[in-house]
Design a protein around this ligand. Structure first.
Ligand SMILES: Nc1ncnc2c1ncn2[C@@H]1O[C@H](COP(=O)(O)OP(=O)(O)OP(=O)(O)O)[C@@H](O)[C@H]1O
Length: 308
């Protein structure tokens, strides 16, 4: 999609004595889900508010599709955002809330019913939004973000308040929006929420980017070529593998992690040693592990600085 990028460069922002943004810089590319991760207070919401022109930075620039948000003539058609699921008039129905938004941006009524269907709220569209659960308000907020069919989406903690079915639904939705070529920026303070969703991770802490990395490469790096073996004789397997120079750790009653040899070599060694093997597979790192791999260098660097 044209103009589907977010470029954040050198953003600085203070709230009194609090430094919220301390040189925040990153780019969000089209066709991918970019996870924006970091602990509470790291500056994720402030960055999104600056990108959306709701807050002004003390320094730096934030561009959506190459322009500052405030210069966009029909912003909802260019950028969809979910910041606060509670930003709904409680007395309005879901449908009327969306109709009002659509009208303000010259978007047709038909689009309202389309997005209500897309987020699974068609059946409750005429109910007062004030009576909605947090999960339903999240869905309504996402419907509002999708209203202008924008090439760029910013969602602040969209998984918050969703039940397991809702979490699976939003993962699929985010993936399909990215597959259509949109730029999708999703914040979370929980790495696990971004598992199977994010293609790129921008990890932030204390108002700046700690790491910006491709998830596939990150998971491969965290897996370090390890192999998982399932066997009813893990100790025998371990002895056999250690003898061949591998590193092997028993991780459960019938499993061990092996580092060094390839999966094929592990099968060959265990077969030669007559160890019964139920399964040999590549180790799948979790995003949590990848995160720890990624932030370890940054943490060590900071610790080193403190020690000096
Ligand atoms: N309007 C404000 N007034 C004063 N301080 C603020 C304001 N908005 C944010 N801050 C402070 O700026 C810092 C960054 O906050 P921000 O909400 O951007 O972080 P976050 O990463 O989005 O965290 P969370 O996951 O809790 O939303 C925090 O220390 C926060 O307390």
């Amino acid at each position: 999609m044209d103009n589907a990028t977010i470029e954040v460069s050198g953003l600085r922002k203070r709230f009194g004595p609090t430094v919220a943004l301390d040189g925040m810089s990153f780019t969000v590319q089209p066709g991918r889900v970019t996870g924006f991760v970091g602990p509470n207070g790291a500056g994720k919401s402030t960055t999104m508010r600056v990108v959306l022109g709701l807050d002004t930075a003390d320094a730096g620039t934030a561009l959506v599709g190459g322009r500052p948000y405030r210069q966009l003539r029909t912003p909802l058609r260019q950028v969809g955002a979910l910041l606060d699921a509670n930003a709904v008039q409680p007395s309005r129905s879901a449908r009327n809330h969306l109709l009002w938004l659509a009208h303000s941006q010259g978007i047709g009524r038909a689009r309202v019913d389309t997005v209500l269907g897309q987020v699974g709220l068609a059946a409750v569209a005429r109910r007062r939004a004030g009576g909605f659960s947090l999960g339903m308000r999240q869905r309504l907020g996402i419907a509002a973000a999708l209203l202008g069919d924008p090439p760029i989406l910013l969602l602040d903690e969209p998984v918050n308040g969703l039940d397991p079915e809702g979490v699976i639904w939003i993962r699929g939705l985010l993936r399909s929006l990215a597959a259509e070529g949109r730029a999708v920026l999703v914040s979370s303070h929980l790495m696990s929420e971004l598992q199977d969703t994010a293609d790129q991770l921008v990890v932030v802490g204390r108002g700046r980017v700690i790491a910006d990395a491709n998830v596939t490469e990150l998971l491969a790096a965290a897996a370090r070529g390890r192999v998982v073996v399932r066997t009813r004789a893990p100790e025998t397997a371990r002895t056999e593998l250690l003898r061949a120079g591998a590193t092997a750790t028993v991780t459960g009653p019938d499993t061990l992690d092996v580092a060094g040899p390839s999966a094929e070599r592990v099968v060959a060694l265990l077969t030669a040693g007559r160890v019964p093997v139920a399964e040999v597979s590549a180790y799948q790192a979790s995003l949590e592990e990848a995160y720890l791999t990624l932030t370890r260098d940054a943490v060590e660097f900071q610790a080193g600085q403190v020690a000096r």
